[in-house]
Design a binder for this molecule. Sequence first.
Ligand SMILES: Cc1ncc(COP(=O)(O)O)c(C=O)c1O
Length: 393
Amino acid sequence: MVDDYMVLEDAHLVPTYQKFPVTIVRGLGARVWDVDGREYVDCVAGYGAALVGHCNPRVVKAIKEQCERLIACHCSYYNDARAEYLKRLVSVLPRGLTRVYLCNSGAEAVEAAIKMAWKATGKKKIVSMMRGYHGKTLGALTLTWDQKYREAFEPLPDFVKFVPYGNVDKLREALSDDVAAVIVEPIQGEGGVIIPPEGFLGQVREECDKRGVLLIVDEVQTGFGRTGRLWACEHWGVEPDVMCMAKGIAGGLPMGAVATREDVATKMKVGEHTSTFGGNPLACAAALATLDAILQDGLLENCRTTGRYMLDRIKELKERFKVVRDARGMGVMQALELRVDVKEPLLSLINEGVLATYSGRTVIRFLPPLCITKEEVDLVVSALERVLSNVKL
Ligand SMILES: Cc1ncc(COP(=O)(O)O)c(C=O)c1O
């Protein structure tokens, strides 16, 4: 049976995904089960989508209720679930962000942000960061650094300028008169869980203000509590002009959003950007329940305390195992950088009952749900101990 599902996917999916040899059929909280009933602690969680835990009860209830009432409603009609969600989301967004465009993924959120920046400023260039990741649709890919994602599709549009993440002097040099916006991840996720130097994000904000350039903060991976605050940019007291969200926004259902200020939003005219599924009632109902779960069920607090515990424990691994080059992270976004390729260790972790993922060739990334418990962290750490003690340098 296991082979059948794997064989079917391998035969019929366009082969663009790096596959792990597990067939997941059920999930609850920070655990998933495979087709043979084996249990895993899930530190991938749908690449961050199951932020509030697999099958979070609030989300399940909201989806059940909504799907019996209305599933599809285009944004050209008004809808109760969408209106309620917008009100709630705007009430927790960084100051000044009062308008939201609803879409279906992170890359789509970035696409919308690009258009908004162009329309609001009348300029075209966007400054992005080396090692930054913003998605793989053509506009988002243009802002994504890694050559391995870009090279097959060159020439890409030429509206991007890359600067080193963390280097404000280079940023300043890049801010010529034709720049519409700077796009930045508060912590680089796909790039290796890179926390910027203290003060960098604030300096980016200042430079944007000096030059009248918009600041787009990409919170697709870091948003909704992943780093212990609702928005990662809060750690550095930075308020974006445009903010991209997706991944965990709707408890695992496909959804994305871009928030912006009134003056930026109202430069967009009717018809200039729309999407059939954007603002879908089912996704909105799930997203409302997701926010409630994060803010009312103690998930932010758990993310901070259990995240701290996990970080301390993986830092101990750095002291004990030579093969570990670094352990870092914030909240429940963490990484273990090895001195070797992580492919084999990741496969061994699966055998030990833990799912984790790549962040480049040498970084193991952990994106568990906010509800992960200390006991589950202990399971992850003892699995890591067994795996690391078998890795040859
Ligand atoms: C910071 C960031 N932006 C954008 C994206 C793209 O999101 P999606 O895969 O939903 O298109 C990702 C996905 O990993 C991301 O981490």
